[in-house]
Ligand binder design. Structure first.
Ligand code: NIG
Ligand code: FE
Length: 422
């Protein structure tokens, strides 16, 4: 008896299923578990994966309404990009030139440039412009294989403009093929009108912004957004970060943090203590904090395009995080200041070279573990029965080419929830 299904993808040179380990992420030394099926096929029904096995077997077992012969290409899970600042307008190419001439990112920020330059532009833009400029970026990311993306606010920095960014995210989520996860990041920088009064700005976040954001999400039938804070000298210290995260948690928001990008001031410890879903950047992370992370459920999100974008040579100590037993994930950090990078494969290429990940580890960090870093690990990120059929067909029979080659695009086609979208 053959079973009727919607779609059979077959003749894959290899299918990398990137399976969950013990029903969870690929933690510590388990990172890089590929679940490789040679000459494989994937059976899909109602947008979900039914079975992954050898082509010969599945062609016998299933009668598919549509069949796609991928002619030897590799099949991998769609990429999950768990950290972006995608809703902006304009650019900061002038700051890029200043940095090449020797100015540091934090110097530019202190002089009124940096995040607050983009804040000015976002405040002045109508929501339609935010949607249009962000949509172009989303379309390019999809072409490069990203099927789920997290997007932060944080260029509004007052209640109406933070809500305007969230509104843009929801408008995009309504009609873009990608799954979009939202994060409120009012605590991205101290806005100009609060210069020297960071604690007063934190009060505004706690008393006004968080309640408004949670209400706006509920009114739009959207899941409660994550809350995130930039814990860094020049942005917010650990005590201020704690206030933001506590208020968010109190309002039902899951937690994220920007920690140790330039200096280790306790952000990672705080994330672990508070049960954050992820702690991101982690370049200057102290050894005790790496140990704490290793024993925790908090995913460590490395963003190698950021030091690369800044021309720095210090990267996330990923091997130490893996040795400690941590959940390592990768993301682009796509933003107009430090890393206008729309490509998860490029991030994987950087991670292999500068974080010393193997291509298999980079793939798992960009798919399954990245899904856990946005709280969606049970639904997406791997090619296992019951999971949403988000997958990529590559131009090459060998998944390692994703990280080995760089600067191009090896994604031939994209299947999102069982539908061929590109
Ligand atoms: O993650 N570090 C803080 N935020 C971003 C940069 C945002 C910007 O410069 O506009 C980051 O690198
Ligand atoms: Fe960031």
């Amino acid at each position: 008896m053959t079973r009727r299904i919607d779609l059979l993808v077959y003749n894959a040179g290899q299918v990398c299923t990137v399976p969950s380990v013990g029903g969870g992420p690929q933690r510590g030394q388990m990172l890089g578990t590929l679940g490789l099926v040679e000459n494989g096929a994937v059976a899909i029904e109602r947008g979900r994966i039914v079975e992954v096995s050898a082509t010969a077997e599945l062609r016998m077992r299933y009668d598919a309404a549509r069949e796609i012969n991928v002619q030897g290409g590799a099949v991998v899970p769609g990429f999950v990009d768990p950290h972006t600042h995608l809703v902006w307008v304009g650019d900061r190419a002038a700051e890029f030139e200043m940095r090449i001439a020797g100015a540091s990112y934090m110097e530019i920020m202190k002089a009124g440039g940096g995040i607050n330059r983009t804040v000015q532009q976002v405040r002045a833009a109508p929501v339609e412009q935010l949607v249009a400029e962000t949509r172009a970026r989303l379309d390019r990311m999809l072409r490069l294989g990203t099927t789920t993306v997290e997007i932060k606010t944080g260029y509004g920095l007052d209640t109406p403009n933070e809500i305007k960014q969230l509104d843009a995210i929801y408008r995009l989520a309504a009609d873009h093929p990608m799954t979009i996860v939202s994060t409120f990041m009012g605590a991205h920088a101290v806005p100009p009108e609060y210069q020297g009064r960071a604690d007063d700005y934190i009060n505004l976040i706690v008393d006004e912004m968080i309640p408004s954001v949670v209400e706006f999400a509920a009114a739009h039938d959207q899941p409660t957004p994550f809350v995130d804070v930039f814990c860094e000298p020049g942005a917010f210290d650990a005590a201020q970060s704690r206030r933001v995260l506590e208020a968010g948690r109190g309002a039902g928001m899951p937690l994220k943090i920007h920690a140790d990008e330039f200096a280790g001031i306790g952000g990672t410890r705080l994330a672990v203590e508070m049960g954050a879903v992820s702690a991101d950047h982690l370049v200057a992370t102290p050894a005790e904090d790496i140990a704490a992370l290793g024993g925790s459920g908090t995913a460590a999100v490395a963003l190698p395009a950021t030091p690369f974008g800044l021309g720095h040579t210090d990267f996330t100590p990923a091997r130490k995080i893996i040795e400690a037993g941590g959940i390592l994930a990768l993301a682009t950090d796509c933003n107009p200041g430090t890393a206008w990078c729309e490509s998860m494969p490029f991030v994987m290429a950087l991670a292999c070279r500068y974080l010393r990940l193997t291509p298999a580890e980079a793939l798992a960090a960009a798919t399954l573990n990245a899904a856990y870093a946005v709280g969606l690990g049970e639904r997406i990120g791997s090619l296992e029965p019951g999971k949403q059929a988000d997958m990529l067909v590559l131009e090459t029979p060998d998944y390692r080419h994703l990280a080995y080659r760089f600067g191009g695009n090896l994604v031939r086609s994209i299947i999102k929830a069982g539908r061929v979208v590109e």
